[in-house]
Ligand binder design. Structure first.
Ligand code: SF4
Length: 280
């Protein structure tokens, strides 16, 4: 399906966050062409007159985002944390053309912003902006890595860059001296069955030089589960069943124990102290 792209004027750009580890969020785009089939942000479709099933097929470019920052940043306390993004990927493919994320980062660098500017993406395009990132006082870049198997990432994260490309991006950022973290979320269902796969994931992240992790259990709210069922029609039923069960107490306890061992084994700093859990 052809990606619908439209430039829009947003009313505001810095939004107060309800996330556990961010004070404000900055989403340079509405919609996300990466179209991950587990994406919790698919609810955003409804805000622009689309259906959940349309998620991944449209991106609206907030063309005035850098101008809005000029107005809104003076109101933000100097020691708060701003996350790019929360309901889109700031380095999805059209960022290469529109450069909205890059312009926002340039603003933070030019203004000597003291707020912590935290980026989370699935794309190695973030390495394009290493020189700007170096000029920001307090910044960090996270890469979402849910698997080390490119076929699995292709399946669940339809149009996102391969997992191997993300691991390489983390290595490059670390070599450039940028503070990094990995976001392992959501934990995919096969991990509870395969200790080796989970160990390999932690080992490969560690080998990039990254020391900090966030880990997140899958969010299976009804709208996400429905989309997953629709999109994952060809996945074998047993694996899908694991998804449905993946918030049962037994399943989570088992996975949490494995995670604790691996965090210790590879000496990671697990941010927030434990895996993030979403209440259904
Ligand atoms: S990259 Fe993030 S925002 Fe984009 S579809 Fe995937 S999970 Fe959703």
């Amino acid at each position: 399906m052809k990606l619908e792209i439209k430039e829009i004027q947003s009313k505001s750009i810095l939004i107060k966050s309800k996330l556990p580890d961010a004070d404000y969020v900055l989403n340079p785009y509405t919609g996300c062409s990466f179209g991950c089939i587990y994406c919790y942000a698919s609810f955003m479709s409804r805000y622009v007159g689309k259906q959940i099933e349309d998620w991944g097929n449209f991106v609206y470019v907030k063309a005035n985002a850098p101008d809005l920052l000029v107005k809104e940043m003076p109101k933000i306390s100097p020691n708060l944390k701003i996350l790019l993004s929360s309901v889109t990927d700031p380095y999805q493919s059209i960022e290469a053309k529109y450069k909205i994320t890059q312009k926002c980062l340039q603003f933070f660098a030019d203004q000597n912003a003291t707020q912590k500017i935290s980026i989370l993406t699935k794309s190695p395009l973030v390495t394009r902006d290493i020189n700007i990132l170096k000029d920001i006082k307090n910044t960090e870049v996270g890469l979402t890595i849910t698997t080390t198997d490119d076929d699995i990432s292709r399946y669940f994260e339809k149009n996102a860059p391969d997992a191997s490309a993300r691991l390489k991006a983390l290595t490059e950022l670390n070599k450039a001296g940028i503070k990094t973290y990995a976001f392992v979320g959501p934990l995919l269902p096969h991990y509870v069955e395969s200790d080796k796969n989970l160990d390999d994931l932690f080992k490969q992240i560690k080998s990039t030089g990254t020391t900090d992790l966030y880990i997140e259990h899958i969010n299976l709210r009804k709208y996400i589960l429905n989309r997953l069922k629709n999109e994952a029609k060809d996945i074998n039923e047993q694996t899908l069943e694991k998804y449905y069960q993946s918030q049962s107490k037994e399943y989570m306890k088992n996975l949490n124990q494995k995670i604790e061992k691996l965090v210790k084994k590879y000496n990671f700093n697990l941010r927030l102290g434990s895996a993030i859990y979403h209440n259904k």
